[in-house]
Design a protein around this ligand. Sequence first.
Ligand code: SF4
Length: 340
Amino acid sequence: MNSENILEVKHLHKRFASKGVVVKAVTDVSFDVKPGETIGIVGESGCGKTTLGRCIVRAYDASEGEVFYRTRDGEELDFLKVDRKKMKSIRKEIQMVFQDPYSSLDPRMTVLDIIKEPLKANYPKMSKAEMDQRAKDMATKVGLNPTYLMRYPHAFSGGQRQRIGIARALILNPQIIVCDEAVSALDVSIQAQVINLLHDLQKEMKLTYLFISHDLSVVEHISDKVGVMYLGKMAEFAETEELYAHPLHPYTEALLSAVPVADPTVQIERIPLQGEIPNPANPPSGCYFHGRCRYCTEKCKTETPEFVELKPNHFVACHRAKELSLRGFAYDTKPEAKDE
Ligand code: SF4
């Protein structure tokens, strides 16, 4: 494991088998994460990003591959191979914040009990008074009023409920948080508040985030690096600014063309994605994206492009990445001056 990294995902695969059909949800995904970084993972629904996140926190067992993780004590582990006993002590270092703040909180528990539940499970000898105090401190840290903690989740707004979910994830003092569509169910103004909160908590608690979202404008704001997934594979991975300004994969270009721009004078030609996402149980030959790609050639239909580092720290899987000149987000989008 590289000494600079906290997490290394290597050739990760996840297959689900049901009634004789094998679905490749994640295929050969690799990337590295440094401590304190935020990695955004984007793609349409069904692209495998949630499954990838769940394999990394070991909510799912990966079918193949490795996830190397550096613990708080500096131990290097192949996270996917550690036994149950070891897993219990490590799991508190990698936590997850879920999409839906409405269904991920038990409506029969008070908010105080929800936030301190992980403490009960991991520190059975801790006194009730200490658990309560820690839960109140964490509630304050995420912007909740500690005097309201004896209420039930239904008494809170969507944004407040997501703060409860964040407090519950942070109470064990983790190193890594996997945020799965953590702000997608919220209004735009509330999204911004929760993203700012995540940002502040990251600095204060030295957190590393894996931020999974279908929303490229949200991911741009929070991420240092972004991976674009398509049909279970990583299509492109680069630093955020580089990826948004100079995409190398036609799928990234199409996704970026659909991101709304705040400036009403800017007109963007939207690049339509033809057709539907193919069935992952029966993926296309060659490049998985070929049936929807406007740059497709005969080679794309039969040969699988490799995921290569085409520019420093900019990885892509496309046969034509070297020759294509793709359009980035909100660059060169000002309407050209018309001749009078
Ligand atoms: Fe499009 Fe071909 Fe590149 Fe696939 S390999 S993204 S089909 S140009």
